[in-house]
Design a protein around this ligand. Structure first.
Ligand SMILES: [Zn+2]
Length: 270
């Protein structure tokens, strides 16, 4: 499994320079070639879907794959599949400047890499796609495929995170709320455990208790991006039932549809 994901990621990483080539060319044009891209102070007055530069970030890398599911599949694979579907859906709905961002290498440098790619390509919106697990102390053991494996069926659901340190916190929160509302309309319930003491250092402030938006200032991809940024934990893969759901085309379509619906609303409101 991880070998094939590594191959896919390697191909995607090779594609990245060409994915961002239009932005690079505009940077390179004219005498101010060496100038650093300026931070975007705000989104354009009028929102044109085809011009909205949306970066859909695949959480983690093939080498540093994030969480392991109850059935021992790496989170990176789940993130890659769902983020690809979301990016394709957005493009098919007219958000032509949407880019899928796949990063390689070790965990921490990869975070700064994705932020610099997003900033240099002058993204308008940054959406990072992840799948959730639980703190180690909550893990229970079971046998899957003849191997001792870990799970926790205690919690399930998606969650959304924004950082108050992001220069566009208000816009980030607005977009996160729109995604949360769309997910709710699809009949999905958000993960409410992040307010509980059992979450320890993973405890977060709940900013929207209706649709499940939390504040997470410490996340590099949310606080260092110059554009508005939202992180979506699409569901729990350490929960044995929800892992199966996250693998189903129905759930994947529901999430991609919710994100696309939220972006349509986001654009119309501007
Ligand atoms: Zn993750």
């Amino acid at each position: 499994m991880s070998k094939s994901w590594r191959a896919i990621a390697a191909i995607a990483v090779l594609l990245i320079p060409s994915l961002f080539s239009s932005a690079d060319q505009s940077q390179a044009a004219g005498p101010r070639k060496a100038a650093k891209p300026k931070p975007r102070l705000s989104l354009p007055e009028k929102c044109e879907p085809r011009k909205l530069r949306i970066v859909v970030d695949v959480g983690h890398t093939a080498d540093s794959y994030g969480a392991l599911s109850a059935r021992n599949d790496p989170e990176f694979g789940f993130n890659f599949r769902l983020a690809s579907l979301i990016a394709a859906k957005l493009k098919s709905e007219g958000f032509a400047a949407t880019r899928l961002l796949v990063t390689d290498g070790k965990a921490r440098p990869s975070l700064f890499k994705r932020v610099s790619v997003a900033n240099e390509s002058r993204a308008d919106l940054f959406l990072s796609i992840h799948h959730d697990s639980v703190p180690d102390k909550l893990l229970e053991t079971w046998e899957f495929d003849g191997a001792k494996s870990y799970f926790s069926d205690r919690f399930s659901g998606h969650s959304l995170f924004v950082s108050q340190q992001n220069p566009h916190f208000v816009t980030s929160l607005m977009l996160a709320r729109m995604i949360g509302r769309q997910l709710k309309e699809q009949g999905l319930r958000y993960a409410s455990q992040y307010t509980l003491p059992v979450m320890g250092r993973h405890r977060r402030q709940l900013l929207d208790k209706d649709v499940g938006v939390y504040r997470y200032d410490g996340l590099v991809v949310l606080s260092r991006t110059r554009s508005a940024a939202v992180l979506l934990e699409a569901g729990s893969i350490i929960n044995r039932d929800e892992e199966m759901e996250m693998n189903s085309p129905e759930r994947q379509e529901a999430v991609a549809g919710a994100v696309a619906g939220a972006l349509r609303e986001f654009c119309e409101r501007r």
